[in-house]
Structures are given as C-alpha cells and as structure tokens.
Design a protein around this ligand. Structure first.
Ligand SMILES: Nc1ncnc2c1ncn2[C@@H]1O[C@H](COP(=O)(O)OP(=O)(O)OP(=O)(O)O)[C@@H](O)[C@H]1O
Ligand SMILES: [Mg+2]
Length: 382
C-alpha cells in the first residue's frame, strides 16, 4: 500500500528530474553562445543566487515534512516555499537576460498573478494589516512576464506594510486606463497599490524612486525597491507614479501595456492536501500555465469571483454526489467555458471517466498530469 507521503515523494522526484532537465538545457544554451562581460556577470550572479534559493528551499522542505498540516507554521513554511519559487524564477529570467539573443516577448495574466501574490504575501504582512483586492475582469494579459510582475507588486506591497507599523489596510486594484476612446482594447492596464500608512512629504516623494534612497533604519532598507520597480516598468514600456500626503497613506499607480497574445491558460486547483496542491501548482507553472490554488470549494468560489478572468480548467477532488461536487457544479454554471478534471484517489475511477468528466487517479506522475491537462484543454478548443 502506498501512503500520501510516498506519492508526494514520487512526484517530487519527477519534478526534480524536470528541473534537472531545464538546468541542463540552460547550461547547453549558455555554452552555445559567447557572452559579453556584463552578460557573464549576470549569469554568474543568477547562478549563485539560484544555489542560495535551492539551499533555502531544501531546508524548508525538511521543515515542512515535520510540521502537521493544520499548524500555522505550515502556512509560513509554504509561503517560504512560494517565495523561493519566485527567487528561482527571477534567477531564470536573469539567466535568459544574460544571453545575447532577446528573450521571447513575455505575457502574464495580471489578475491571476496579483491574486497568487497577495495570497502568498498575506501571512508575511501580520494580523494588523488587512489586504483587499479589487480586480477588473477585463484587464486580461499584460506585456511582461509573471516574474517581473511579481517583482513590481511585491515591492509595492512590502513598502505599504512598512508604512503601516501599527496596522492598516492595503488595497490592490487592477483596472483599464481611461482612454480617449473609452477603455477599449488599446487602453493600457493599471495596477494600483494603496495603503493607509504614514504617507510621504514632498521631499521624500520626489526622491522615492532614486536608487539607494531610503528613510528606513540602516540594515532595514536598501532603497533599491522602487528604483527597481521603476526600471522594470519602463523597460516594458509602462510608467509608475505616486500620490501621497503625510499621515494619509500613499497610492502607487503602475501603467502597463496590454499584450496582444493571451497569457498561458489559468487553472484553478482545488485540493485539500497541501503537499499535493503545491506540487500540482508547481508542475502547471513549469509548463506555462497560471495556477490558482484553493484548499477547499469555498475558497475556490471566492478566488473564482475575485479573479474574474477566463478560467480554462478546474482541477478538483470532488467525489460524485458530495457537497463538493454540488459546489463545483455551481461554479461551472457561472463559467460554461471552463473544463473540469477530477482528481480521484479511488482506483476504479482511473479506468473509467466519471459522468461529470475526465478523471485522473492519484497517485499520478508529472507526465500523466501534464498529458491529461493538455488532452482536456485540446478537446475544449477543437
Ligand atoms: N507606501 C509607502 N508609504 C510611505 N513611504 C513610502 C512608501 N513606499 C516607499 N516609501 C518611501 O520611499 C523610500 C524608498 O522606497 P524603496 O522601496 O525604494 O526602498 P526601501 O523600502 O526603503 O528599501 P527596500 O525596498 O530595499 O527594502 C522608502 O524608504 C520610504 O521612505
Ligand atoms: Mg521597499
């Protein structure tokens, strides 16, 4: 008999193999093309940075294994896992940028990235800070990659936290910019981060985006957060501005060009077991999907509403006839275009599809999951 941790172990080995394959390809690519000195430096920093991330992720994995599923420490350890994932992605983008050939034009689903980030950052913000999202369903894809988008939003949200030492509220909104012809397809997207913190006087506001400008204690801030945001945003053809009054909070508004191409399909993952859920998310993201993880159907409904954008697929453990299955049906009724892939831990379901739709039996391999997802989505389009 296999246990859940055997299954997770097997999946993790698959995933490690996939990571190893990507690393090998990156090495081949790096060797195939000579780099300039700046490129070499970028690649070597990214390389060391990724090693540090791997060390943190490895230690954290050991921590996670010793912590019961319902403990608050577990949520924190999972947030660390997610954050090291961003670090690795950033390193990967740096590795790509170090190459002489320009990278593929990047796209990301703005709302999906914002939701994922907010949910992961929440435990790091403390209980005195309320986080709200107000997302415009029509914003769709923007013309920069998820790592760059996460970098921008994370810096703005962490600055908001630092500006509210005794608590407050941070609101993250997306919207379409008002355009001469209304908010049409050409209108850029807006990402706004608003806080109820200490605010800025004019002198601070004028220098806020300067590299190394900080009002934080030595060792607390480097003053590079906003200058990085500024660089990333302008490199992608956007701009960023701030409005603030001392004592009355600050509002940062980032204007981003929208992408012509659609971002990778977004998948809602409803799975109670944190280890399995995080693995599915990791596998999906490795294959160009955007994943929204939920631990139960209530959370899935809230996420689906907040996100608003198109959901290509829901992957859910929902046995027929249960409350979970009924809630899933309700969610689908609101989204007729969304496909469902059922997760099942029962062997008999592996051979037959359920009346509700295609089924994947646990435990599954990385390849089986990817194949099934692609199969279900290709049936949807053709
Ligand atoms: N939301 C905000 N409310 C009030 N002041 C802010 C806010 N965001 C930034 N600032 C001011 O701008 C300065 C520069 O911000 P920036 O993010 O570049 O650096 P930092 O936050 O000080 O350091 P780091 O980002 O490296 O931790 C901050 O020190 C602070 O004075
Ligand atoms: Mg900062």
């Amino acid at each position: 008999m296999t246990t859940a941790s055997d299954d997770i172990g097997a999946l993790r080995r698959d995933l490690d193999d996939a990571h190893a394959r990507i690393a090998a390809l990156e090495r081949e690519l790096a060797e195939a093309r000579p780099l300039g000195s700046l490129g070499r430096m970028t690649v070597s920093i990214a390389h060391d940075f990724r090693n540090v991330m791997a060390a943190i992720a490895g230690q954290n994995q050991l921590l996670l294994e010793g912590v019961p599923a319902d403990s608050p420490t577990r949520r924190r350890a999972e947030a660390i896992r997610k954050a090291t994932g961003w670090g690795e992605r950033l390193a990967r983008e740096l590795l790509a940028a170090g190459r002489p050939q320009p990278p593929e034009p990047a796209v990301a689903d703005l709302n999906a990235v914002v939701l994922g980030l907010v949910r992961t950052l929440q435990p790091l913000l403390g209980e005195d800070i309320e986080v709200r999202t107000e997302l415009e369903p029509k914003v769709g894809a923007v013309a920069l990659g998820p790592a760059a988008l996460e970098q921008i939003a994370m810096n703005l949200i962490l600055n908001a936290r630092d500006a509210m030492p005794s608590g407050g509220r941070v609101t993250v909104c997306t919207a379409l910019a008002a355009h001469a012809n209304g908010a049409g397809p050409e209108a850029p997207a807006l990402l706004r981060v608003e806080d109820t913190g200490i605010g800025m006087d004019e002198a601070t506001r004028e220098r806020a985006f300067d590299p190394y400008f900080t009002t934080k204690a030595a060792g607390k801030g480097t003053g590079l957060g906003l200058s990085t945001v500024h660089d990333v945003v302008t490199r992608h053809g956007g701009h960023v501005e701030v409005a603030s009054t001392p004592g009355r909070g600050a509002t940062f508004t980032v204007t981003l060009p929208r992408a012509r191409a659609a971002a990778g399909p977004t998948v809602l993952v409803v799975e109670e077991e944190a280890g399995v859920r995080e693995l599915i998310v990791e596998i999906l993201e490795l294959h160009g999907f955007r994943a929204l993880p939920a631990s139960d159907h209530g959370e899935a409904e809230r996420l689906s509403r907040a996100y608003g954008g198109p959901l290509a697929l829901v992957i859910a453990a929902a046995d027929p006839g249960t409350d979970a299955a009924r809630r899933l049906d309700l969610l689908r009724r609101a989204r007729p275009e969304t496909r469902v892939l059922y997760l099942s831990s029962r062997l008999e379901d592996a051979r037959t599809s359920r009346p509700g739709g295609p089924t994947l039996a646990k435990p599954f391999t990385v390849d089986a999951l990817v194949r099934k997802v692609q199969e279900v989505l290709s049936e949807a389009t053709g």
